[in-house]
Design a protein around this ligand. Structure first.
Ligand SMILES: [Zn+2]
Length: 499
C-alpha cells in the first residue's frame, strides 16, 4: 500500500504526539547475570555458555551482585526510588533464542522506579519521567542465512548463538511523554543521547548502539487536541541516535496518513529500516498477560541494604548535564558556542587538551576549526581524526612560544594527523620553525625592497600600510617561516619609516 504522506508541519498542526522510550542496556560486567560465563563481545558462536545460560534442566541461577549494583546506580542517577524489597519474575514465551522458554526479568516489582531525566532541547529543559529501571537477562541471537536480506523470509537456515544469552540487561522505561508537539522527534533523540551520556559517566556499559549494547524501542501515538491518547505502536531496531529521531518522525507521518483516511492504528511492533527511514509492521503486540509472569522460584528476593544504597548515591559521579554546565562556565562560552562544541562531539577532547596545558580558547579553536574540518571531510568522528589532546596542547605550546605561526602550525598538524610523530619532532624534521633571527631575515628584507622599488617609495613617504606587500614577499621567499612581526619591524627600520 502506498499512501502519500502528509507534510510534517500539517501533522503537528492537527495532531498531538505522545512518545515513550524503552531502552535496553547491556551492562559491562565481567560475567553473565546468573552464571559465571564471560560477557565480552565477539567470540566463536556458542563458546561462552554453560548449563545455566543454556537453561539446562536442574541448573540453578545465582544473581550477579555487580549487575545489581550497576542497576541501582543507574536508578539513582535517574532520580528513581530504589525498592527495599523486590523479586525477579519469569516472563514466559517461546522463541528459539530463549532456550528456557522463559526470560528471568522483573515484572510488578522493579528494582528502581519513579524517576526522571532532564534533557535540553532547543535551549529548553524537558523533564522525561522514568517509570522503571529493571534488571533482566539478554536473549541469544538468531542468524538467518541463505536469503538476500538476512531476515527469516527467504532464508534457508536459521542459526542460534547463545553467547549473548544471560548477559545482564537493564531495561529503562519512560513514562509517556505528551506535550512536545513538533519537537517530539528531537526530544526522543535528546533523551537517548542524554541517557547514553549518563550511562557512560557511570561506567556501567560501553553503550555502543551499533554493537547493540544500547538498544532502543520507540513508542509513538497521535491524538486530536483535547481527545484521549491514541493507540501506540512500538518501533524496534532503532540502532542510532539519528534513527531515534527519524523513527518518531516517520511513525508520526504514517499514523497521520492512516487517521486522515479514517483508518485505525493497530497496536503492534514495527521495524525501522535504516536505509529507507520508514517502518514496516512486525508482530501484533502481546500484552503483559500473554507472558504469564510469575515470581522466579529459583532466586531469593532482592533486598538492597539502605545504607549500601546511600553509599552508592553519595559516590555517584557528576552527571553529564551538570558537568557540561560547569565546563561552559569555566570556558566562558555562550549557550550557542557550547552547543557547537556539543554538536562537534568535542567536549571531552577539549577538556583533555586543557588538562594537557592549553587555554580553553586555543583548545576550542583547534578542535572546532582545523580538526573538525578534517573529520567532516573524511566522514569520521572527531575523536578518530588522528590527533590526541596532548598533541594539540603541545602544538599550541609551540605557537605560544613563537616557534610556530598559525600557518606553520597547520602544516605541523597535518604531519601529526598523518602519524609522523609529535609536533616538536615534526617541526624539527620538516624544518618548519619560525625564523625570527634578525640577521637571517635582513637579507630577505633587502631583497624584497630591491624588487619592489615603488612600494618602498610609498613606505618612505609615510604610507606604512603598504609594508604589508613587502611582508608578503618576504614570507614567500622564506616559505612562510619568517616571523611576520619581526619582518615588518625590519622593513620599516630599513626604509626609515615609523611603525
Ligand atoms: Zn553461562
Amino acid at each position: 500500500m502506498t499512501t502519500t504522506l502528509p507534510a510534517y508541519d500539517e501533522v503537528v498542526a492537527r495532531y498531538e504526539p505522545v512518545i515513550g522510550l524503552e531502552t535496553h542496556v547491556e551492562l559491562g560486567t565481567n560475567t553473565k547475570m546468573f552464571c559465571g560465563c564471560p560477557t565480552d563481545f565477539g567470540g566463536e558462536p556458542n563458546t561462552r555458555v554453560c548449563p545455566v545460560c543454556l537453561g539446562l534442566p536442574g541448573s540453578l541461577p545465582v544473581a550477579n551482585k555487580a549487575a545489581i549494583e550497576a542497576t541501582i546506580r543507574i536508578g539513582l542517577a535517574l532520580n528513581c526510588s530504589i525498592a527495599e524489597w523486590c523479586r525477579f519474575a519469569r516472563k514466559n514465551y517461546f522463541y528459539p533464542d530463549m532456550p528456557k522458554d522463559f526470560q528471568i526479568s522483573q515484572y510488578d516489582e522493579p528494582l528502581c522506579f519513579d524517576g526522571y531525566l532532564d534533557v535540553e532541547v532547543g535551549g529548553e529543559l524537558v523533564r522525561i519521567g522514568v517509570e522503571r529501571v529493571h534488571l533482566e537477562e539478554d536473549t541469544g541471537k538468531t542468524l538467518h542465512v541463505g536469503g538476500a536480506t538476512g531476515r527469516i523470509h527467504g532464508a534457508t537456515e536459521s542459526l542460534v548463538d547463545y553467547n549473548r544469552a544471560g548477559i545482564p540487561l537493564v531495561e529503562i522505561v519512560t513514562k509517556p511523554v505528551p506535550g512536545t508537539g513538533a519537537l517530539a522527534p528531537d526530544v526522543a533523540r535528546a533523551y537517548v543521547t542524554e541517557l547514553r551520556d549518563v550511562l557512560r559517566s557511570l561506567g556501567v556499559s560501553d553503550v555502543r548502539m551499533e554493537e547493540g549494547s544500547l538498544r532502543c524501542d520507540v513508542n509513538t501515538s497521535l491524538n486530536l487536541p483535547g481527545e484521549e491518547w491514541g493507540t501506540r505502536t512500538e518501533t524496534k531496531n532503532v540502532n542510532s541516535l539519528r534513527s531515534v529521531e527519524r523513527a518518531v518522525r516517520s511513525e508520526m507521518l504514517r499514523q497521520a496518513a492512516v487517521l486522515d483516511a479514517g483508518g485505525k492504528i493497530t497496536q503492534e511492533t514495527r521495524h525501522f529500516h535504516e536505509d529507507t527511514g520508514d517502518t514496516t509492521p512486525g508482530r501484533s503486540k502481546e500484552t503483559a498477560t500473554d507472558y504469564r509472569y510469575f515470581p522466579e522460584p529459583d532466586l531469593v528476593p532482592l533486598a538492597p541494604d539502605t545504607a549500601w544504597v546511600a553509599e552508592l548515591k553519595a559516590a555517584l559521579p557528576e552527571l553529564p548535564r551538570l558537568h557540561r554546565r560547569r565546563l561552559q562556565q569555566d570556558w566562558g562560552l555562550s549557550d550557542l558556542d557550547m552547543q557547537s562544541v556539543l554538536n562537534a562531539g568535542a567536549v571531552e577532547l577539549i577538556e583533555a587538551t586543557i588538562a594537557a596545558g592549553a587555554t580553553p580558547a586555543a583548545a576550542r579553536k583547534w578542535w572546532l576549526g582545523e580538526l573538525s574540518r578534517r573529520a567532516n571531510e573524511a566522514g569520521i568522528e572527531l575523536a578518530d581524526v588522528g590527533a590526541t589532546p596532548a598533541q594539540v596542547a603541545e602544538l599550541q605550546g609551540l605557537v605560544d612560544a613563537g616557534k610556530l605561526n598559525d600557518k606553520l602550525a597547520r602544516t605541523v598538524l597535518e604531519g601529526v594527523v598523518a602519524g609522523e610523530g609529535s609536533p616538536t619532532e615534526i617541526m624539527a624534521n620538516r624544518n618548519l620553525e619560525v625564523v625570527s633571527d634578525t640577521g637571517a631575515l635582513t637579507a630577505a628584507v633587502d631583497e624584497a625592497i630591491a624588487a619592489n622599488p615603488e612600494v618602498a617609495d610609498k613606505i618612505r613617504s609615510g604610507k606604512v600600510a603598504a609594508a604589508g606587500a613587502l611582508v608578503g614577499a618576504v614570507m614567500k621567499t622564506t616559505r612562510g617561516q619568517a616571523d611576520a612581526k619581526t619582518v615588518r619591524e625590519l622593513i620599516l627600520e630599513r626604509l626609515g619609516a615609523q611603525g
